[in-house]
Design a protein around this ligand. Structure first.
Ligand code: HEC
Length: 148
């Protein structure tokens, strides 16, 4: 009888070990760099998506060419994004307070595009921020002086 119990326990143990191993195999598939690249790509699509707001505008309406170039709002020049990942959180003059990059993105959705703010755990907000943070300012065209 003892022997049967020992065999049964051994069987149970082996089954658990096999199942745990199989579970592990499934978990380790995500490649962090590829996941981030996907998020940046999705964010770039959202940057041109007017459904974030209600007034027909997209982020691109004011932040020219995906934020890589200076944009305009009336007379005001909106500077191209330039390595924002390293600059936030920062004191944001227009809001008169310290803000994170995601909060600024949401502020533009609410104020500039008359949309609803994205929830902090909405993947769209992470994607938008991943994109904005990835933008490098477009290289300025060669100035006349340099071309000489
Ligand atoms: C109606 C015009 C308008 C639209 C549309 C708009 N923004 Fe903005 N955005 C601004 C203005 C104005 C500023 C402030 C620029 C400054 O302070 O120099 C700004 C600032 C920002 C900044 C901070 C830039 C910095 O240098 O610190 C980010 C990031 C940003 N916007 C993201 C977005 C995103 C993402 C969207 C789309 C969801 C968007 N904006 C849509 C007008 C707009």
């Amino acid at each position: 009888m003892k022997r049967v119990a020992v065999l049964f326990l051994a069987f149970l143990f082996l089954t658990c070990a096999v199942l745990a191993y199989a579970g592990q195999e499934e978990k380790k598939m995500a490649d962090p760099a590829a996941e981030l690249a996907k998020s940046v790509k999705n964010g770039k699509v959202l940057f041109g998506d007017e459904s974030l707001g209600t007034n027909g505008m997209t982020c691109n309406s004011c932040h020219a060419e995906g934020g890589t170039k200076d944009g305009k709002m009336g007379e005001m020049v909106i500077p191209a994004f330039d390595n924002l990942a390293a600059k936030y959180p920062k004191y944001f003059k227009m809001a008169e307070k310290v803000m994170t990059l995601s909060q600024v993105n949401n502020a533009c959705i609410v104020m500039a595009m008359k949309g609803k703010p994205l929830s902090w755990d909405d993947q769209k907000l992470a994607d938008l921020t991943a994109y904005v943070a990835s933008v490098k300012k477009a290289k300025p065209e060669k100035k006349a002086e340099e071309a000489k």
